[in-house]
Ligand binder design. Structure first.
Ligand SMILES: Cc1ncc(C[n+]2csc(CCOP(=O)(O)OP(=O)(O)O)c2C)c(N)n1
Length: 359
């Protein structure tokens, strides 16, 4: 027998779990403004996230999928996306969405069951949050095909989780992207669990990155808690996609520092010691250490930032809570160009029986 194919999966990390640089950092990491902006959005994502959970616990939003622990994997990518690029998120990309201009009050509306939230202030071509696992990968591949056909030098970015890589839609999207050399980047955040199912229970593959190889796409791993590594490798992948170099897949190794959603209790399936160990590797500590070491970030600046972000989040919460409730007939809208008579009749019935507090 002879060997007809070989592959290797590379891994990139710049900051160790304590935030110490392991090797020379890429050029952007020397730019104080850029790093401060990224750090600010990572912190904002965390503050918003905690406030969302409090709102859920007090019955003011429905269910919330937390992004705690995913901040570097989201901001590292968002920071190198251009407005013309297309984002296809899952349901956990609050940080990336906020970076792209979505208002926190709009995200709260989405989680509060008000679809008007998806009519958001981010780029109009971005996709809404996607709950059916992995289908957003197909949407991203489709958008990338459109970009390619139009000759636009932009790319699509699909965000998905480790669980999504066990879905048919994921493999179909990768296959199409490879076969047509589409300008799309798949960012797989491996947070170790698909609800209660650990990665080892879903796949015998040693890495998720290698799933790309079968589709003829380069796949690699990055430390998903290291915002410098995520940004650096994503920058290369996005540039390549925009300039006709084809698709890429990045597996960002991270950990979900929260329950799957507010409807979950992760203590039932995750050992405390594992969660504690993950806390020591989390992304914000590292980014803060980098800010302290490279740019003299002080405790006073940290305090001031916290106060500023809390006020910003509070204003958005207020905007969400004081927004007029949707009218009952709005659930019938935006489904058909011409509403079928049966639906129109149902709308009439609904108008007669408005839900309490809904007009
Ligand atoms: C097609 C489909 N199957 C099942 C579900 C139920 N479900 C919701 S979240 C989830 C796990 C997803 O895990 P992963 O892709 O790792 O993303 P994470 O939530 O960890 O970010 C499942 C199975 C769904 N939403 N869609």
């Amino acid at each position: 027998m002879s060997v007809v194919a070989r592959f290797e999966i590379r891994y990139t990390q710049f900051l160790d779990p304590h935030g110490k640089a392991q090797k020379e950092l890429p050029e952007f990491a020397a730019n104080a403004d850029q790093m401060a902006r990224m750090y600010r959005f990572m912190r904002l994502t965390r503050v918003f996230d905690q406030r969302c959970i409090n709102l859920q616990r007090t019955g003011q939003v429905g269910t919330i999928a937390s992004s705690r622990g995913h901040e570097a994997a989201q901001i590292g990518v968002a920071a190198v996306m251009q407005p013309e690029d297309v984002m296809a998120p899952s349901y956990r990309e609050h940080g990336a969405a906020i970076w792209r201009g979505v208002r926190m009050s709009q995200l709260l509306a989405v989680w509060g069951g008000d679809e008007r939230g998806h009519n958001w202030d981010g780029p109009r071509h971005d996709f809404p949050y996607c709950v059916p696992i992995a289908t957003q990968c197909l949407h991203a591949a489709g958008a990338a095909l459109a970009l390619k056909m139009r000759g636009q030098a932009s790319c699509a970015v699909a965000f998905c989780g480790d669980g999504a890589t066990s879905e048919g839609a994921f493999y179909e999207a990768l296959n199409a992207a490879g076969a047509m050399q589409l300008p799309v980047v798949f960012l797989v955040t491996n947070n170790r669990y698909a609800i209660s199912m650990p990665v080892e229970g879903q796949t015998a593959a040693g890495t998720l990155a290698q799933k790309a190889i079968a589709a003829g796409i380069p796949g690699e791993q990055v430390d998903g808690n290291d915002v410098v590594a995520v940004r650096h490798r994503c920058e290369q992948a996005l540039r390549k996609a925009r300039s006709g170099g084809g698709p890429s897949l990045l597996e960002a190794l991270s950990y979900r520092l929260s329950d799957h959603t507010t409807a979950d209790d992760a203590t039932r399936y995750r050992p405390d010691a594992e969660v504690e160990a993950a806390r020591l590797r989390e992304p914000l500590r590292r980014a803060r250490r980098l800010m302290e070491e490279r740019f003299g970030w002080t405790e006073e600046q940290e305090q001031a930032l916290t106060e500023e972000l809390e006020a910003e989040v509070e204003a958005e919460v207020e905007a969400y809570l004081s927004a007029p409730k949707p009218q009952i007939e709005e659930i019938f809208e935006h489904q058909f160009g011409n509403m079928p008579p049966m639906l129109a009749a149902q709308r009439e019935i609904a108008r007669k029986y408005p839900a309490p507090g809904h007009g």
